[in-house]
Design a protein. Structure first.
Length: 60
């Protein structure tokens, strides 16, 4: 898996020729998605932020 920057400036998470996630506005968002897909642990603050967004009906 890798992060690929498109000509329009958006970022994708790709594996070979398959797009796994995206497009994302920032490189950091794309790498965080890659971390989630690959099972990397997330920080407590990120867990809290995700929980708050879920309570407000926002997508993560």
């Amino acid at each position: 898996m890798n992060v690929f920057k498109q000509p329009d400036g958006k970022y994708l998470v790709v594996s070979g020729s398959n797009v796994l996630a995206g497009p994302f506005d920032t490189n950091a968002e794309a790498w965080r998605a890659l971390d989630r897909i690959s099972g990397e642990p997330i920080s407590r603050s990120e867990k809290v932020s995700m929980w708050i967004n879920e309570q407000n009906g926002e997508a993560t």
